[in-house]
Design a protein around this ligand. Sequence first.
Ligand code: LRH
Length: 489
Amino acid sequence: MSKSYVAVDIGASSGRLMLSHVENGKMQIEEVHRFKNGFNQKAGNDRWDIDHLVNEVIAGLEKVKAKGIDDVQLGIDTWAVDYVLVDKDGNKLADPISYRDKRTSTAIQKLTTDLPREYIYEKTGIQFQDFNTLYQLYSEDKDLLAKADKILMIPDYIGYKLTNNAVTEVTNASTTQMLNLREGLFDKDLLKKVNVTTDQFPKLVDPGTVLGPVCEQWHKDHDIPQTEVITVATHDTASAVVGTPGKGEHWAFLSSGTWSLLGAELNTPENGLDAFHENYTNEWGAYGTYRFLKNIMGLWMAQCIKRELNDQYSFAELAELAGQEQPFQQFIDVNDKRFENPENMIQEIQDYCRETEQTIPETPGQLMMAVYSNLSLFYANEIEKLGQILDEPIEKLNIVGGGSNVALMNQLTSTLAKIPVIAGPSEATAIGNILVQMITTGEVANLAAARQLVADSCDLKTYQPENKNYDGILQRYQAFLKHKLTQTI
Ligand code: LRH
């Protein structure tokens, strides 16, 4: 039997430990531990409870040991851009602030008054989002920042707490908007602008670097396996793309979770003017690739609706209710900032529809259908744009992540974009995390072999475009986005 691998995969709303090995040429994977995540107001900001996350990793490892497994490799991936400030004794200076916190709302505007956007984009190739680490550090408490011996991205911090070894992994570090594409290093001008120095960041490493064993301290108090931590593609989206079984050329990916990340894998970055104007990003990927993509609001909207309905329906039930409604009853620009962290998502969607004089979704099914159909429209629009920027049409779309289970959205997207959609695996992020570990131990030869292993191991479902154009709905949606016209559909 092959070695045992553990993926720690933590998203904005939950985290889990997945245990995996290879058997008869197929990847076996099972969830051993799941826990909730979320931010809460503390000391004036929306903050993550980072110690809770570290403790849950250990609780998950105890469950692995209880299964009789004594020896594992382990990789950690989480969402991007957030960081922990650590003092010289290795203690956090504060709980990390969430990227959805409102403290950065004017930071891009202020910072780019003397460093023009074009200049920053040419250097970094990274999209302008006010939650990027660059703007978070710009908005940071100056005293705290001066006290920080280390600035650690979230997965690097968890790895540090487990092993005592600190690194800065590049796939996640690229989302800071502070890495220089040409030099492959932190950009000194940008660091200076936000009052940090290169030596506050531990050394940059690529995915596939061995971080070290979980330290003795943890073994003293917990019955856990011997664990070697491998620094994988620690940005969850980077892991998801490694775990996407894209085949041939001209495929795009959609990593569909809290966020929807839609784009293409490139071997060289695309940071020209078209990409700049469309605010596409060039995040660094594993094995020298770039994820050229657009952030789309994603299932965050659905997660908020579910929570605001007091979790009385599961996602599967909500999808079923949505399926009983007609799609396209209203146009919503899902990327409108107002949906990023509203007090109440249901209210926000209803207000939006009221203000734009459209049908107001009322029931859970209508609300979910409003989200699903507008996400699908947004995806189809971006697939067209992506093809235009890259100057080659996108021929198929691989949807991975939890959203790949929503058949209704897969079908709408395929029909609107007029290309096949290949759905699955829903666990692409954990799978990508494990694949980088397997490549590191030599169990899998390279990225192409890894993707073949995913295709051989998972049930993928293909959706073909239906022969409908819903009365030119995509063109009307595009016009709506352009002019934000008040329309009744
Ligand atoms: C998805 C994700 C995304 C980032 C956002 C902060 O979980 O990592 O790629 O843009 O969170």
